[in-house]
Design a protein around this ligand. Sequence first.
Ligand SMILES: C[S@@+](CC[C@H](N)C(=O)[O-])C[C@H]1O[C@@H](n2cnc3c(N)ncnc32)[C@H](O)[C@@H]1O
Length: 242
Amino acid sequence: MADTHFEDPRLASVYDPLDPDRSDLGVYMAIVDEFAAQSVLDVGCGTGTFACLLANLGVSVIGLDPAAASLAVARTKLGASKVHWIQGDVTALPPLQVELATMTGNVAQVFVDDVEWVSTLSVIRAALTPQGHLVFESRIPEDRAWLRWRRESSLTRVTIPGIGSLEYWVEVTDVQDGLVSFLSTFVFEQDGAVLTSSSTLRFRSEEELAVSLESAGMSVMEFRDAPDRPGREMVFIAQSRD
Ligand SMILES: C[S@@+](CC[C@H](N)C(=O)[O-])C[C@H]1O[C@@H](n2cnc3c(N)ncnc32)[C@H](O)[C@@H]1O
């Protein structure tokens, strides 16, 4: 089960309007291009922006996410009918082979438990063609992004057609042992509804991520900076050792 933010239909419907700048996907698009990947598995595809972008370029795409409400938003997008959507975590994947797997939008950090993280990576590796690649990002722990997750600095106000005015902010509720918990609050002006979603993310070091990839049968080929968030994100490119 994913967080309320992704599972609640009303919150899933405001995910894209609250974060419309998807320049973060540029680094992934460049890698798809670089490897000339013809088949991509997007793990934690959420509302499907990246999956649809690729499908519209003629790439064969599987978009996987446990949150039905986010997938419902994804299915409304241009190009959605060309994507094979699967609801669930990686255990829901049928036998398949793709040239590239991706986890955009810091999906890697939702796996707070190491056993679940390594078993997810192992299933992804099994879905890769020999020497296939996995690309994902994770926030650099030393940047301590959570210090910016305060009501005053995160407060966002948007007006969304058909939904009306929305206020959104985040507040950190706990930080310990690489785990950061926070509460997201959404206030819908139209009917005064106040919805909240609690989340916990894991901040792994570069070394912890490299070790987990090795345990799952992948080798780190390269780290990149995220051009849109320099010094804040590590972008890992790993390759299956098969
Ligand atoms: C921050 S969103 C990123 C969504 C999308 N990748 C993007 O770039 O917009 C994190 C996503 O991870 C998904 N997620 C949570 N647990 C998951 C799991 N066990 N396996 C795959 N995805 C998961 C959530 O449902 C949510 O859609």
